[in-house]
Design a protein around this ligand. Structure first.
Ligand SMILES: Cc1ncc(C[n+]2csc(CCOP(=O)(O)OP(=O)(O)O)c2C)c(N)n1
Ligand SMILES: [Mg+2]
Length: 386
């Protein structure tokens, strides 16, 4: 934690007569990149991974892509209420999560595969998207619940980071947040606390261009999200989120800084190629040309060009990997389907130890409704979960 003196000391020097604004005009916020869109790369900056590590990154990115595709498919078949695809964000998600070690805490926004990377079975994520509460019992393994209320996980993560600091844990608390989440009061409070106390917090902000239909540019008057970190007393780095090696490099270095007592905010500039969720229609608020531009910056393709140049691609059987992941998904879906149906009345039951009167009133009203219209029960029960 911070060893700054707890007093307000008089300023030592001043610019007498001069008015010098701290201004973002002319502020340069660089973008870290290793592999360029044309496939050329800076050899000296390539992270020190072995062949297995480089292959792993590809396999996890592919897992992320296949998982999103299959989840969207089963939603279309009526087997899920909704789902938020991560297509386009694979390098951002995997490059960052690959830096985590088991004692680290993981808090997520839009990032599902990091759970799989940390040993959570795929069916738990399918169950989560079906609204099955039991799927979210991962705290013992230092994995948080998915923050559907955006930004709400940031103060929780700050609290965990504080606890880790007090306990002297040699680990970090990493949180994924979206560009939209940076506008919430909760995110501000959490980030401020982490910066004020120099807690071991690592903020990985995926600027994927949108908060549903609101463009990232509408979230803040700041030119970049990265620069906002300075206001919280944190260091920041901005990285090309379509370049898995750059993300891995930036976040692993960030993690080291955090462990040395300097919280970091990473802005990963990426793009959500699919809809916000399956309930959203992005054609209503963004141009096809914009999507096409980002389709051309496919993170898997960019990484593949690096693997080819390094002679690592020959050892990767892409089709066999896809088949393996598809089979894993199918088996996970089967196990998730085997989960016993829950009575809808349970939604009232588990929140409080003792049910407060207002909730009891709502439950009674719900039961009366079912008595009057018993056909509603089937309707509620049979609707896709989620
Ligand atoms: C506190 C809160 N306000 C509003 C919403 C509705 N909502 C769901 S996702 C979302 C946008 C999130 O955007 P961003 O943080 O950029 O994450 P992304 O979905 O792009 O990954 C909003 C406004 C919510 N879930 N929680
Ligand atoms: Mg966003």
């Amino acid at each position: 934690m911070s060893d700054r003196p707890p007093t307000q000391t008089p300023p030592e020097s001043a610019d007498q007569g001069a008015l010098r604004w701290l201004s973002q005009d002319g502020l340069e916020v660089p973008l870290h990149r290793i592999v360029a869109p044309d496939g050329s790369y800076d050899e000296a900056a390539v992270p020190d991974l072995d062949a297995e590590g480089f292959r792993d990154l590809y396999r996890w990115m592919l897992t992320d892509r296949v998982f999103s595709r299959r989840m969207v498919n089963i939603q279309r078949r009526g087997e899920l209420g909704t789902f938020g695809s991560t297509r386009g964000q694979e390098a951002s998600i995997i490059g960052s999560a690959y830096t985590l070690e088991q004692p680290d805490w993981l808090y997520v926004g839009r990032a599902w595969t990091p759970f799989f990377m940390r040993g959570v079975p795929m069916e738990e994520m399918i169950k989560f998207w079906r609204g099955i509460e039991e799927s979210q019992q991962e705290f013992a393994k230092r994995n948080s619940q998915v923050a559907i209320s955006i930004g709400s996980h940031v103060p929780l993560m700050a609290g965990i980071a504080w606890g880790m600091d007090v306990a002297g844990d040699d680990a970090v608390a990493m949180t994924y947040i979206g560009d939209g989440a940076t506008s919430t009061g909760a995110a501000h409070e959490g980030m401020n606390l982490v910066g004020a106390l120099d807690l071991p917090g690592l903020f990985f902000c995926q600027n994927n261009g949108y908060a549903i239909s609101m463009p990232a540019s509408g979230q803040t008057g700041a030119k970049t999200l990265a620069q906002r970190a300075l206001g919280y007393g944190m260091d920041a780095i901005r990285v090309d989120g379509q370049d898995v090696l750059a993300v891995y490099n930036a976040v692993s270095k960030a993690r080291e800084r955090v462990k040395q007592g300097r919280p970091v905010f990473v802005e990963s500039v990426t793009y959500r190629l699919d809809a916000h969720t399956t309930s959203d229609d992005p054609t209503r608020y963004r141009a096809d040309e914009e999507v096409e531009q980002w389709e051309a910056l496919d993170p898997l393709e960019r990484y593949r060009s690096f693997l080819e140049a390094e002679g690592l691609w020959d050892d990767i059987d892409h089709d066999a990997l896809v088949e393996e992941i598809e089979d894993e998904f199918s088996a996970a879906l089967e196990r998730a389907n085997a989960f016993a149906e829950r009575d809808v009345a349970e939604m009232f039951a588990y929140v409080y130890d003792e049910m407060p009167p207002e909730l009891r009133r709502q439950m009674d009203e719900f039961e009366e409704l079912l008595e009057e219209y018993p056909e509603m029960y089937d309707y509620v029960e049979q609707r896709p979960k989620g």
